[in-house]
Design a protein around this ligand. Structure first.
Ligand code: OAA
Ligand code: MG
Length: 218
């Protein structure tokens, strides 16, 4: 760990590695097969957004969906990290939104193109404050929830993940070396839906953390 303050991980972070279809109920609601290996894609650090600034729907999309996810902040880098020591590489967590231009993603899927425009646009990764590891003793068994304008839309338990956090750290680090401050988004449970300009998104992890974002348009 360097002397930089991990509580501002989004300022130093290099990679945002996202896992897709890690909850069977969400894979099914979008008519996707339940995966037998993790589905990975990337966002860039320019996607980070912290509370106080609005999520901006890009000009090229008419259907940006919320996806509430548990984020894992890496504290110690490594390559081919064994599952048995994977949790030693975790500094803590953040509640995250994987904002997704669903119309663009559907178009990319039908053309066999990558998801970058759908997933990595500016403001597509709103994050909560940093949550030190000690505050979530069992990250494989917490509830993540999201309300839009006070209506509950997503409410899932991380115990429903198909691939566990230690497995994901090990799997990803075989392919992509993990570095301090990298963030792993672990996938979303069911209930995704489109947001509208002026919506208020309020989300939390049990009683550990909550965050609020509003929606605007570019
Ligand atoms: O776009 C998708 O549905 C894949 C994904 O990110 C997720 O499952 O969290
Ligand atoms: Mg996602």
């Amino acid at each position: 760990m360097t002397s930089r303050n991990v509580s501002r991980f989004w300022e130093w972070g290099k990679k945002i590695i996202c896992v897709g279809r890690n909850y069977a109920d969400h894979a099914k609601e979008l008519n996707n097969a339940v995966p037998t290996e993790p589905v990975l894609f990337l966002k860039t650090p320019s996607a980070y957004l912290t509370e106080g600034s609005p999520i901006l729907i890009p000009k090229y999309s008419n259907s940006v969906h919320h996806e509430i996810e548990l984020g894992v902040v890496i504290g110690k880098g490594g390559t081919a990290i064994p599952q048995s020591s994977a949790m030693q590489h975790v500094a803590g967590y953040a509640l995250c939104l994987d904002m997704t231009a669903r119309d663009v993603q559907n178009d990319c899927k039908s053309k066999g193109l990558p998801w970058t425009l759908a997933k990595a646009f500016n403001t597509s990764c709103p994050v909560s404050e940093f949550i030190p590891k000690e505050r979530i003793p069992d990250p494989g068994n917490v509830t993540i929830w999201l309300k839009v304008n006070d209506q509950m839309r997503q409410n899932g338990c991380t115990s429903q993940m198909i691939f566990s956090i230690p497995f994901l750290i090990s799997y990803i680090s075989e392919i992509i070396t993990l570095e301090e401050w990298d963030l792993i988004l672990t996938g979303t449970p069911k209930g995704v839906s489109a947001v509208q300009v002026h919506d208020e998104l309020h989300a939390g992890i049990d009683d550990v953390v909550s965050m609020t974002f509003t929606v605007g348009r570019l």
